[in-house]
Design a protein around this ligand. Structure first.
Ligand code: DGL
Length: 271
């Protein structure tokens, strides 16, 4: 049995595209509908109630697109509002659980670092999940609030002075703590991966939540008989603001051409 309905993916903005990139790699035949809430980014500095409200609207929007599975490609939603996906008519996958499993598998010294938005870090979601799997792990967390605006602004060249200086400052405590594994707990952060990797050094394994999640989604679709078998997948993108700059940024992040007709602006509040 095959299922050609798209996978629905959402995030507050561009960050979820790092998850789309991994989904394309592990599931090259799947159609994907992406929603980036560019009009209300960032989520990570907002209250739990607001993040829940946004997550419910985003999920509702994707359901209208007849998706077969929803990925909350947002560390903040996955940490603070994952329960909003509990009673949906399609499977709902967050990015925390599988990245934590990958981190626990990777660590040798049981010192795991997490970086994420303020909401993600104060939720303690990653830490709780790590402690369940590895009770004697030591967890070190730091929020990196400026990373999201830096990425949304497009300042992520490997030598960008602002990005490098900001990253060095945020990562210093984790380096000092001696973590050997670092979860990039916000989906915007893999865009800065070359910078983060250079600062943390070769001995630290970086966990990309998108990759860990894509591997799981591939297993899940296979197990449920929901894989698509057509070879020409389509990708459509919806945003709540700034249609034009989104397209050029998305092309840069996904390293592929995106036609103007593939991106549409929607009024998420009216849905
Ligand atoms: N990419 C998101 C995350 O993983 C969103 C960050 C934000 O909007 O603050 O947390």
């Amino acid at each position: 049995m095959a299922d050609s309905r798209p996978i629905g993916v959402f995030d507050s903005g561009l960050g979820g595209l790092t998850v789309v990139k991994e989904l394309k790699k592990y599931l090259p035949f799947e159609n994907i509908v992406y929603f980036g809430d560019t009009g209300r980014v960032p989520y990570g500095t907002k209250s739990k109630e607001t993040i829940e409200k946004y997550a419910i609207q985003d999920e509702h929007f994707l359901l209208q697109k007849d998706v077969k599975l929803i990925v909350a490609a947002c560390g903040t939603v996955s940490s603070v509002a994952a329960h909003t996906g509990d009673n949906l008519p399609v499977p709902f996958v967050g990015v925390v659980e599988h990245s934590v499993k990958a981190a626990v598998k990777a660590t040798k010294n049981k010192k795991i670092g997490i970086i994420g938005t303020a909401a993600t870090i104060s939720s303690g979601a990653h830490e709780k999940a790590i402690k369940k799997l590895m009770p004697d792990a030591q967890v070190f967390a730091n929020n990196c609030n400026l990373f999201v605006p830096i990425v949304e602004e497009g300042w992520y060249n490997q030598n960008d002075a602002v990005a490098v200086e900001t990253a060095a400052r945020y990562l210093e405590p984790l380096k000092t703590a001696g973590v050997d594994t670092l979860i990039m707990g916000c989906t915007h952060y893999p865009v800065l991966e070359p910078i983060i990797a250079k600062i943390m050094g070769d001995t630290v394994t970086l966990i990309n939540m998108g990759e860990a999640t894509a591997v799981y989604v591939a297993e899940l679709l296979k197990e449920k008989g929901l894989l698509n078998e057509t070879k020409n997948p389509s990708y459509s993108f919806f945003v709540s603001d700034k249609h034009k700059s989104f397209r050029s940024q998305a092309e840069r992040l996904l390293d592929s051409e995106i036609k103007e007709t593939q991106v549409e602006q929607v009024d998420i509040n009216s849905l």
